[in-house]
Design a protein around this ligand. Structure first.
Ligand code: IMP
Ligand code: MG
Length: 179
C-alpha cells in the first residue's frame, strides 16, 4: 500500500483546497482585464493546475510543456531537457508558469530563459510548494502555496519514481523508500 510509505501528512486535501483557492483569487485580482496563458509544467503540476484553473474567473488559456531533469532520483541533475514543447505561440501573451515545486531552481531557471526568448508580454511563476533552503539558481515565484523545509514530498501530482501522484494529500516520503 502507498500509505505505508508516507511518514506523515504535510497538507491535507482540505488545506490544499483552501490554499489553492486563495492563490486563484490573488491571480484573478492581479490579472484583472487580462487573458493569461497558464503553462503547466508536466507532469508534477497537473493536479494543481486542474484545481487552480477552476478558481480562475479570467478568460485564460492553458498549454503544457514537459521537461526532464530527474531520472529516478530525488535530486535535480542540473541537466534540463524539453521533452514536450508548448503547442501555442506565447509572443505578446501574459504567461503564468504553473509548477508543482521549486527546489534547486535548475528546471525553472532554464525554462524561464527559454520562454523569455519567445517575447511574452509578461511572465510570472506560480509554484504550489517552495523549498527555499535548496536553491542553487536565483529563481523565485510570484505566487507560492506553501514554503516547506527540505523534505522529499509526494502526492497531489508529485511523484517519486512516477509513483504516489494519485495521493489526494501531500505527504513526506519515508527516507527508507529511496535510501
Ligand atoms: P529543481 O530543478 O531542482 O527546482 O526541481 C524541480 C522539480 O523537481 C519539480 O518540478 C519536481 O518535479 C521535482 N521535485 C523537487 N523536489 C521534489 C519533491 O520533494 N517531491 C517530488 N518532486 C520533487
Ligand atoms: Mg515537476
Amino acid at each position: 500500500m502507498m500509505e505505508q510509505d508516507i511518514e506523515r501528512i504535510l497538507f491535507t486535501e482540505a488545506e490544499l483546497k483552501q490554499r489553492v483557492t486563495a492563490m486563484a483569487a490573488e491571480i484573478n485580482r492581479d490579472y484583472a482585464g487580462k487573458a493569461p496563458m497558464l503553462v503547466s509544467v508536466l507532469r508534477g503540476s497537473f493536479i494543481f493546475m486542474a484545481d487552480l484553473i477552476r478558481g480562475i474567473a479570467l478568460p485564460c488559456t492553458v498549454d503544457f510543456m514537459s521537461v526532464s531533469s530527474y531520472g529516478k532520483g530525488t535530486k535535480s541533475s542540473g541537466q534540463v531537457q524539453i521533452t514536450k514543447d508548448l503547442s501555442e505561440d506565447i509572443s505578446g501573451r501574459d504567461i503564468l508558469v504553473v509548477e508543482d515545486i521549486l527546489d534547486s531552481g535548475n528546471t525553472l531557471n532554464y525554462l524561464l530563459k527559454i520562454l523569455q526568448a519567445r517575447h511574452p508580454a509578461s511572465i510570472r511563476l506560480c509554484a504550489l510548494l517552495d523549498k527555499p533552503s535548496r536553491r542553487v539558481q536565483p529563481v523565485s515565484a510570484e505566487y507560492t502555496g506553501f514554503s516547506i523545509p527540505d523534505y522529499f514530498v509526494v502526492g497531489y501530482g508529485l511523484d517519486y519514481a512516477e509513483k504516489y501522484r494519485n495521493l489526494p494529500y501531500i505527504g513526506v516520503l519515508k527516507p527508507s523508500v529511496y535510501a
